[in-house]
Design a protein around this ligand. Structure first.
Ligand code: BTN
Length: 319
């Protein structure tokens, strides 16, 4: 009910809407509406109330709540169930639990703060309170196990588009899972899988994005940034999260229907370092050469200095 009321106030924010009209549209009493308005005000929403005119939303706090997200979403399945927590160790961990308990595809877990945020290759992900989007999504794709890593590339394209749509900023992709602005990392993607020997049970797709940090810790200054630092404005996290889910749902469905071929040119167009000299440091070997692009399976192609085309499955890139 709170989400529906907020949605109504958001869509009508240019004009007033009377208590009577709200109660008719939402099918609830004026007293119930008043209580929800009061609760929203306590969260920081500024809602004007003018006699004979009604209510008007004039200020939205930059909070992530289940009702703010539900009121803003424009998806069919992603975010149908939203779980928001103030503080968690890692939304990935919680999402794994929820997936094991049978929660359906598209369920999202969002936290205002992570005390043990996880990055790729066992790294830490710095997730201070109220400053980012720390979110995990439960996916249940019908894919072969070896196809699962491609979802990282699909998500990267979706997130780049969402950033562009909401802020106008052109982020670039650093293979396989980093998103950069001005060559500093603004977001990362982590894909983890629960699988039987021959079948994926679920994939937990984690997205971490630095949005409102005015500063990043000194040790990360050279390599990390935030939308606030790049754009100088406080991007609304709920709007951005909703846009990420909209793009992700579309790209995910397209990928499942048509494979990576359709998304690959978009990925390559946004990727940093294509056609340039790069070094890929894998677990077992390091390959230096010209980045050619990715295969239809999302494997990085590099033309090495001996003129051989090499395929790199995982690793870190240096430009
Ligand atoms: C990386 O760049 O190495 C991946 C970072 C992924 C961070 C996100 S934040 C939400 C989700 N929960 C986590 O603990 N990690 C992912």
């Amino acid at each position: 009910m709170k989400a529906k009321l907020l949605q109504l106030l958001l869509t009508m924010s240019d004009s007033y809407i009377s208590g009577q009209a709200i109660s008719e549209q939402l099918g609830c009493s004026r007293t119930a509406i008043w209580k929800h308005i009061d609760a929203l005000r306590k969260e920081g929403y500024k809602i004007e109330a003018v006699q004979n005119k009604g209510y008007r939303l004039v200020f939205t706090p930059n909070l992530l709540t289940d009702h703010s997200i539900q009121a803003t979403l424009a998806t069919e399945r992603f975010g149908k169930k939203v779980i928001v927590r103030d503080e968690v160790t890692s939304t990935q961990e919680l999402a794994h639990q929820f997936a094991q308990e049978g929660n359906e595809e598209g369920t999202i877990i969002v936290a205002e703060q992570q005390t043990a945020g996880k990055g790729r290759l066992g790294r830490k992900w710095y997730s201070p309170k109220g400053t980012g989007i720390w979110m995990s999504i439960i996916l249940r794709p019908s894919l072969a196990i070896q196809e699962a890593p491609q979802l990282t590339l699909v998500a990267a394209v979706a997130v780049v588009r969402a950033i562009k749509n909401v802020t106008g900023i052109e982020a670039s992709i650093k293979w396989p899972n980093d998103l950069l602005i001005n060559d500093r990392k603004v977001a990362g993607i982590l894909t983890e899988m629960q699988a039987d020997p021959d079948r994926i049970q679920s994939i937990i797709l984690g997205i971490g994005m630095n949005v409102l940090q005015e500063e990043v810790p000194e040790e990360l200054e050279e390599i990390a940034t935030s939308l606030w630092k790049e754009k100088g404005v406080q991007v609304d996290r709920t709007a951005l999260l909703a846009e990420i889910l909209k793009e992700l749902e579309w790209f995910y469905d397209t990928f499942l229907q048509s494979g990576l071929q359709f998304i690959k040119p978009m990925w390559e167009a946004h990727a940093r370092g294509m056609g340039e000299r790069i070094t890929a440091r894998g677990v077992n070997e390091t390959v230096t050469g010209t980045a050619l692009g990715i295969t239809d399976q999302g494997v990085l192609r590099i033309l090495d200095d001996k003129g051989n085309e090499r395929e790199v499955y995982s690793g870190d890139l240096d430009f």
